[in-house]
Unconditional design. Structure first.
Lengths: 460, 460
């Protein structure tokens, strides 16, 4: 047997686009399966996404349910929902059946109620009940992220019984789900867990109650932050999840938590750039356009507020028109300084290094950077302005305004995400617009009021 | 035995700050250990970070090497390096010894050459060799992310031998390192892997060569993207890593890859906000200030280029001073639209849904959004402008400029990250400044040149 070697170059260089198109035109499902299987699943998904919406649905209908489910598992949730909705119900159920229960619940949440009900009706009643149970929990909790099935035994069963069940069961212990044999009492409470090492080294006739240890359990309502701390603190691959009655309802895996944390970081990233509601370009134009406009139109209002400061000083501007050249520069530069502070705070928040109550400490740290960077940038832009427009006092006005506004911007940028978090708002959505509006207003005000004060000197 | 329940509220509500301070003042290392152990490791790290630099180093010197190493493991790398450098060499070696080999190599890379050599000299020669080997690989490759030790057997050993070694070994199979018993030939080439299920269900006298399967191996040079695809495609917890001679050099775990991907997403996030080089507020002021200034001063140059467009039209501005009120608004709004497009492209890049060669497809998608949003925003701001300044033609100029500039901004924002990636630049660093400069210039130009064209109407 050859040892297959995973090699970046080899995988990347295969271009299956033309073959996929030909197989699709020939409606050859087996060939499509083979082709998509020959590349990584993420490459396979990209191939499928190059087709139009209608073609895409037809292509997925041609695939084996296994391949279709792999693509849906790989797709971001909002896309996974679309792909399922593009299939006929019976087919959707077939594909659905191949997914893990936690993915099923997540995808179901993306569907219309009607479609969701139709699919649930098609599933095995026990599986459907499991998915319904998962769907009751919020997405960012242990309940929403867990697998609904756990590997359960009773205290008086033997090691041999577990081994026999392992040998016959589909459930593969070494897969990444963090499954361990859990021992539950008559009420379904997890009272023990057996380590793999325990299973490997104990006699086959040993009773589980004699080799089990008490498991740590996680409440189904536990937040993603709690789960992150938990997996940080313990090296385990999974924990049993219990409901309010402390009964075992599922297993939360390290992999599911890691994936949720990554998705959160990427969502934050998107929201910092001004998009609420995880856009993908495969979504319908109307949705993409509307989601972006929602944020932009709020921003228009904030911009008008900032612009009204300029409007109040039109006389000053008319007297020294060169100021208009530097107004956007001062507001843009301060906005950048403020965004840097937002970025550091968002990172420290996500790394768990700061909490809302640390606002004062963060502010002091930003003030020191703000003073230094304000002075440096102020001198730089002041000199540029003097050299360009030939008036040292104009340089003084612009440089001083930028220096002061840099200090304001980093203070706001560093602290605002913490304050938003404290009042329960999403710092990634609101920090940017708040910061920009305040620094714009402050920047315009500083430049124009300083210019008014120094008007006689500016007109020399 | 009570089953300990992980409960968010209980953990959060413990405030150990005063007790930690008291124990530190009393130089009571045992008490500090107990206190820090009573909260999550991330909370423990936050506590330590509330101390000044000098106090922090003294505090860590009081802790047990185990607790100190947990804190260092939890800290972001740049901070971990600082913490190690704050300890005396003998102590640093003790703490270092408790870390996993992949973390050792990462932290070592953060240290001065001198400090790194001193620590390596203090380690067990075999461990030091392992770390040196890891340090040879780039951070974002399988070699840089792997654990240097693998669980190795020979083909003619028995299942019983593996089980005995498991029972005596510290190495815990169920921990998250993705360790499996690998079978290597006389040249160190991995020729087999034994599944846990295989171990559990085979006779103890069975030879490993009879139950082993051929392992998938990963090249030590494999990139993070390749590893991401690999763990996406296979459910395994780990893969054996081989060098150029195809000899086994370590094991790459799913957990290490997930952590690296998360760190990359958070780094992207920071760079999009204008910070290059992963700042933390615990870093020295000079470094923080310098890193931010590096990016800002490049930005000043770009801003001057954009401002020169305004400067070229000072006469137009002087004639209709109200235009100055709307200039920053047009550039800011287009900048926001462009950033939304950057955000979506960055997300699709990190999800693996687009590649640089998809630039044309992405552009077409952005054009449709740009046309719709440009028209909507142009009409909105045009009406505002007309109502505010009482001149419909001024509204027309501003609205038309914003509509056109929105289209330009989303086109650039959507495509520029892909083009930067194609030419080997980091899209997270350069997309924002490039976008802002071009949209500012285009926005100023559109407003002012349209105004010049329509000057007679504007002066009515």
């Amino acid at each position: 047997m050859d040892a297959p070697l995973i090699d970046n170059e080899i995988i990347e260089n295969i271009d299956i686009s033309d073959d996929v198109r030909a197989a699709f035109d020939a409606a050859d499902g087996d060939r499509l399966d083979t082709l998509l299987d020959s590349v990584t699943i993420s490459e396979a998904l990209r191939e499928v996404l190059t087709f139009s919406h209608t073609e895409r649905d037809a292509l997925i209908a041609l695939l084996s349910p296994e391949m279709a489910s792999q693509l849906i598992d790989e797709a971001p949730l909002e896309l996974a929902g679309e792909l399922i909705e593009g299939q006929e119900t019976a087919r959707a159920v077939e594909i659905f059946d191949e997914l893990d229960s936690d993915v099923q619940a997540d995808v179901l949440a993306e569907l219309d109620q009607e479609d969701a009900d139709a699919i649930l009706a098609g599933l095995d009643p026990e599986d459907a009940a499991g998915v319904r149970r998962l769907a009751e929990y919020d997405a960012g909790t242990a309940g929403g992220l867990m697998l609904a099935d756990a590997f359960q035994f009773r205290p008086n069963q033997t090691v041999g019984a577990v081994l026999r069940s392992l040998a016959s069961d589909d459930e593969d212990l070494e897969r990444y789900h963090g499954q361990h044999p859990y021992i539950v009492d008559e009420l379904g409470h997890p009272v023990g867990v057996v380590s793999l090492r325990g299973l490997l080294t104990a006699k086959r006739s040993a009773k589980l109650e004699d080799i089990m240890v008490t498991p740590l359990t996680v409440d189904a309502q536990a937040s993603l932050d709690t789960l992150q701390d938990l997996f940080n603190d313990y090296d385990f691959l999974g924990f049993p999840v219990v409901d309010e009655a402390k009964a075992l309802v599922g297993v939360i895996s390290r992999t599911a938590v890691d994936a949720a944390i990554l998705a959160r970081a990427e969502g934050d990233n998107l929201r910092l750039q001004g998009i609420v509601g995880d856009e993908l370009r495969t979504m319908p134009l109307a949705i993409r356009s509307r989601r972006r406009l929602a944020w932009l139109s709020a921003n228009i209002v904030l911009n008008i507020i900032a612009a009204s400061v300029i409007s109040a000083y039109e006389e000053t501007l008319a007297a020294v028109i060169a100021i208009a050249v530097f107004l956007p520069m001062v507001s843009d530069m301060s906005g950048c300084s403020g965004n840097q502070a937002v970025g550091v705070t968002m990172r420290e928040l996500s790394l768990g290094l700061v909490r809302p109550k640390d606002a004062m400490r963060v502010w002091m740290k930003e003030v020191s950077v703000g003073v230094i960077n304000g002075i440096v940038l102020g001198i730089l832009i002041g000199l540029v302005c003097w050299a360009w427009k030939g008036n040292p006092y104009l340089g003084l006005v612009i440089g001083l305004a930028l220096a002061l506004n840099t200090l304001i911007a980093v203070s706001i940028g560093g602290v605002v995400p913490l304050l938003l978090k404290r009042v329960g708002q999403d710092p990634a959505v609101a920090s940017g617009p708040l910061l920009t509006t305040i620094t714009d207003m402050a920047g315009f005000f500083l430049v124009l009021s300083l210019a008014s004060l120094m008007m006689p000197l500016l007109l020399q």
